[in-house]
Design a protein around this ligand. Sequence first.
Ligand code: HEC
Length: 160
Amino acid sequence: MLNKPAFISLFTFALCAFIGVAHASIDNTAAASGSGDPREYTEDSILYSSRWEVSADALALRKAKKNYMLHCATCHGPNGEGDGELAELLGEGITPRNHTDAKIMSQRADEDLRKVIADGGDSMGFNAAMPPFSTLLQEEEILGLVKYLRLLCKCKGKDS
Ligand code: HEC
C-alpha cells in the first residue's frame, strides 16, 4: 500500500498530466480549424463532437443552428430546403429560398446574404416576405447565420 503523502503526490501528478493533455488537444483543434471554413463541418460534427474536440467555429455554428431553427425554419424549413410550415401561406409565387441549393447560393456573396438577413428581402430586390432581423439578432449572430447557410449549401460565396 502507498502511504498517504505518496498517494497524494501521485494523484496530483496524474491530475496535472490529464489537464496538460486536455489543454493540448483543445489547442490542436483550434489550430486545425484555423481556416474557419464552415464547409469543413457537418451537421453531426457541430452537434455531436465530444467536449474536448469542439472548436470555437463549431460552437458558433451550433449557436447559429439554434437561431436558424428558432427564426428561419418556419419558412425555410428545418433542413433549409424552403419547405417550412409557413411557406405555403406566404402568397402566390412567393417561395422561401432553398438554402441547400448550391447553384443559387454560390452566386451570392457572403455580404449579400448578410444584408438580406439584416435588412430584409426588399433591401436586395427580393420579396419583402423575407423579414429583416437586424433588430432581433446581434451582428455577430447574423454573421453566424451566414456561415451556417454555407454549411447548408456546402458551397462558397462568389466572393470567396
Ligand atoms: C416569414 C418567412 C421567412 C422567414 C421567417 C425567413 N425567411 Fe428568408 N426568405 C423568405 C422568402 C419568401 C425569401 C425569398 C424572397 C424572394 O425570392 O424574393 C427568403 C430569402 C432569403 C434569403 C435570400 C437568398 C438569396 O437568394 O440570396 C436569405 C439569405 C434568407 N432568406 C435567409 C433567412 C434567414 C437566415 C432567416 C432567419 C434568420 C430567414 N431567412 C427567415 C422568407 C422567410
